[in-house]
Design a protein around this ligand. Structure first.
Ligand code: ATP
Ligand code: MG
Length: 372
């Protein structure tokens, strides 16, 4: 049983076994042919000599010579038959090995031509089977990547369409004299243009983030410094909207190993969302706590909250809970996607929680502490 499974999962063993099969088949055919043909051949030779047997003294030598040539003749025929059988058997075994390889070559050619659904049959449990399985995994990855690429192009086109068509209709209204040529009309156009600009900027950030580690400058930073950098930049906007911004950071936190600019950007994204989705009179609290070898940053708001069915999708590209509301606020649904990339690139995790609509939200992420 053990030997059988070993043979089944190793191409080398299989090849050796197939050669043995070829050799054994040749030998069997040889023996069978000699056995079958020898008696009749010898009888034929003896009959031919029968008349000389009594008178000729050299008969014995002659007889021996004839027997030998009879056996040689038989062996020659048998050998030819054995070679034919061996060739047929080895052709069959070789085909069993080569066919899946040909199939994989054809499949990879089709994938190269852009047919990403291509998969190959897994012929066995040996190395060939392993190769076929890896091939299929590679095709899966390629198909997913291609799918994501197409989705991205579709999403971007969709995001560009709305502001562009808004600008176009305002322009048409101005040309036709339907819309008044006054500052309010132009401001509408300007805000659509800013939205486009923001989208292009976010897409650039996203592509940088998706490219991975490149450009990250990891060094030890005080968590309080990161939080101060982010809150300072947003404090005025919080005041303007009438949302209270609280900081709750203990003084003894260990330093985190992070890229200052990217981590501040993550905090800005979370604080920006908290501000955007918290009505006037609300409160946003940013905290940091040590948890094992990580520092956990939390941004908690008393805003509109998020229904449970949306929570798993928040970090997906272009995902917005309420498309119309977010659009009005200028959100394109990329902020959290970018944040997730930056946090994960620095070895952390990011998540969002909410007890439901109208009950506020909490977004958190971790960064590893710098071990000195
Ligand atoms: N603090 C929050 N409270 C309620 N909903 C939130 C909060 N943060 C995020 N969301 C929801 O998650 C969605 C995705 O957030 P994300 O930051 O990725 O995009 P956005 O804010 O709409 O646009 P932008 O790309 O400009 O950040 C938002 O559209 C919003 O519906
Ligand atoms: Mg946002």
């Amino acid at each position: 049983m053990n030997l059988l499974t070993r043979i089944r999962s190793h191409l080398g063993w299989k090849l050796m076994l197939s050669y043995l099969v070829v050799i054994a088949a040749g030998a069997v055919v040889l023996v069978v042919m000699v056995q079958v043909q020898t008696p009749s051949a010898i009888a034929r030779h003896i009959q031919r000599m029968a008349s000389h047997i009594a008178s000729d003294p050299g008969l014995e030598v002659d007889l021996q010579h004839n027997f030998t040539s009879a056996i040689s003749e038989v062996t020659l025929v048998a050998a030819v038959a054995a070679v034919i059988v061996a060739v047929v058997v080895s052709l069959f075994t070789a085909r069993r090995i080569v066919t899946p390889i040909h199939e994989m070559m054809a499949a990879s050619q089709r994938i190269a031509e852009g047919n990403y659904q291509q998969r190959v049959f897994v012929p066995s449990e040996d190395e060939l089977g392993g190769l076929a399985t890896s091939f299929n995994q590679m095709a899966d990855t390629l198909e997913r990547t291609e799918q994501r690429r197409l989705e991205l192009i579709g999403d971007v086109a969709h995001e560009l369409r709305t502001p562009l068509s808004n600008i176009r209709s305002v322009m048409e209204g101005l040309i036709d004299g339907v819309l008044p040529a006054e500052p309010a009309t132009y401001q509408g156009v300007q805000s659509e243009v800013s939205r486009l600009q923001r989208l292009v900027h976010d897409l650039q950030e996203l592509s940088k983030a998706e490219a991975g580690q490149a450009g990250l400058e990891l060094r030890p930073i005080e968590p309080a410094a990161l939080i101060a950098a982010a809150t300072q930049r947003l404090r005025l906007q919080f005041e303007d909207k009438g949302v209270r911004l609280q900081e709750d950071v203990p003084g003894h936190l260990p330093e985190v190993l992070a890229d200052a600019a990217r981590s501040t950007q993550v905090l800005l994204n979370l604080l920006g969302n908290a501000l955007q989705y918290t009505p006037e009179g609300g409160e946003v609290t940013v905290t940091a706590r040590q948890q094992g070898a990580e520092v956990v940053f939390l941004v908690k708001d008393t805003g509109i909250g998020i229904a449970p069915e949306h929570l798993p999708h928040l970090f997906e590209r272009f995902y917005r809970v309420d498309k119309s509301r977010s659009r009005a606020g200028g959100g394109s649904g990329i902020g959290l996607t970018i944040s997730r990339h930056w946090v994960e690139a620095q070895g952390g995790r990011i998540w969002g929680e909410s007890e439901g609509e109208g009950r506020g939200s909490t977004f958190g992420f971790t960064l590893p502490t710098s071990v000195s």
